[in-house]
Write a protein that binds this ligand. Structure first.
Ligand code: FES
Length: 375
């Protein structure tokens, strides 16, 4: 639950000061890549026990959607030593530990081995991107917003110590060549996260794409750039396949628990938010639904839900300035203004609307929903 910074009928529309900008650039996300593998003994258990274990695991993991952005992937068939990835993104690392403990306390936890675990953070790059809108590009790097891409390629990464002894200008030159090659592959989206001092590596990189062959070509081409000389380690590399959590659990073995879904038919997906009594007028809430961060606003007793990531550069709208009278919110990053009821941009730099979501109160509990699938 959160309260808006302040309520004002005339929100500021000026550019942020250098101090404000520096402050928000320190707001980073924590990221965890947790790869699990199942003990083969589990696969010899009776089918009804396997079903029970899988259903319990599913419910436990799903219950964390309230607190983190959680994306499941399967590495079954693409990697010998890991079978499922839970990609986790949160504002604090504490929730990662809570999820790990909860998973281990399930019946299936007794048969799950943590194959690999990587902890990292988002961070502003020390290199200039020098293409497009640099300020937006840099701020977007602070916020992970996974796409619907089918494949994710993840690897930890260490550079040589010689790299860090080079001048900033020399490193920028090397990175410019690297960036030019990357721009040749627009089907690939890069998520760079940093783990200096908080895990064994320096970076954990995650590339999203629908075209694995583009990624292969990109990596091969990058080997010919100067920056490749300064790579000390970039393995193990995980080729991960995006799927629903129940499908990723089914891929581990045992009878299927996932209901078959016809993606050509529209269906509704709902997420519990909180008891309505815990959500007072003027307050906001954040939950994750279908991999999106959803911001809920209680405006004079009416609850509205919109995508919490501003369409300009992913600023967190629930941390913006709310005007209850006109039912609008001003993004805290560059002061783009949105209508909370419709998601439409109404003022400032923003051009695209934010997605809106359905809200229902059932037995005193707030739920947020969306429609997925369909032509
Ligand atoms: S992130 Fe720029 S206006 Fe919201």
């Amino acid at each position: 639950m959160g309260k808006p910074a302040f309520l004002s009928k005339k929100p500021p529309m000026t550019k942020p000061s250098a101090e404000e900008r520096a402050q928000r650039l320190t707001k980073r996300q924590y990221v965890r890549f947790a790869f699990y593998k199942v003990d083969p003994v589990w696969r010899r258990l009776p089918a009804d026990e396997q079903m029970e274990h899988k259903r319990e695991l599913l419910e436990v993991i799903k219950s964390f959607n309230r607190r983190m952005l959680l994306r499941p992937y399967s590495t079954m068939g693409t990697r010998a030593d890991a079978e499922i990835l839970l990609w986790q993104i949160a504002e604090s690392p504490d929730v990662f530990q809570d999820l790990a403990k909860a998973v281990m306390k399930t019946q299936m936890g007794g048969y799950l081995e943590m194959a690999y675990s990587y902890l990292s953070q988002t961070k502003r790059s020390v290199y200039e991107i020098r293409f497009g809108d640099e300020e937006e590009a840099e701020e977007e790097r602070l916020v992970i917003d996974p796409s619907e891409a089918k494949y994710l390629f993840v690897y930890p990464f260490i550079k040589t110590r010689d790299w860090y002894q080079m001048s900033q200008m020399a490193r920028q030159g090397v990175m410019d060549e690297h960036i030019v090659v990357g721009r040749k592959y627009p089907s690939i989206r890069l998520n760079t996260t940093y783990s200096f001092g908080i895990d064994d590596y320096e970076f954990i990189v995650a590339f999203e794409t629908d075209e694995p062959s583009d990624f292969l070509d990109l990596v091969q081409e990058l080997r010919e750039t100067e920056s490749s000389k300064y790579t000390l380690q970039d393995t193990p590399l995980f080729s991960c396949i995006n799927m629903r959590l129940e499908e990723a659990i089914d891929a581990l073995g045992g009878p299927d628990i996932a209901e078959p879904i016809d993606d050509t038919v529209t269906r509704e997906v709902w997420q519990e938010v909180c008891p309505i009594d815990d959500f007072a007028p003027g307050e906001t809430q954040v939950v994750y639904l279908e991999g999106k961060m959803v911001g809920l606003f209680n405006i004079d007793g009416e609850i509205y839900a919109i995508n919490n990531r501003c369409t300009h550069a992913r600023g967190p709208l629930t941390e913006g300035t709310i005007n209850a009278e006109e039912c609008s919110v001003v993004c805290p990053w560059h002061y783009g203004k949105f209508d909370i009821k419709t998601g439409q941009p109404v003022d400032g730099i923003v051009r695209k609307p934010v997605e809106t979501y359905q809200v229902e109160i059932r037995d005193g509990v707030v739920y947020v929903g969306t429609k997925v699938g369909g032509e």
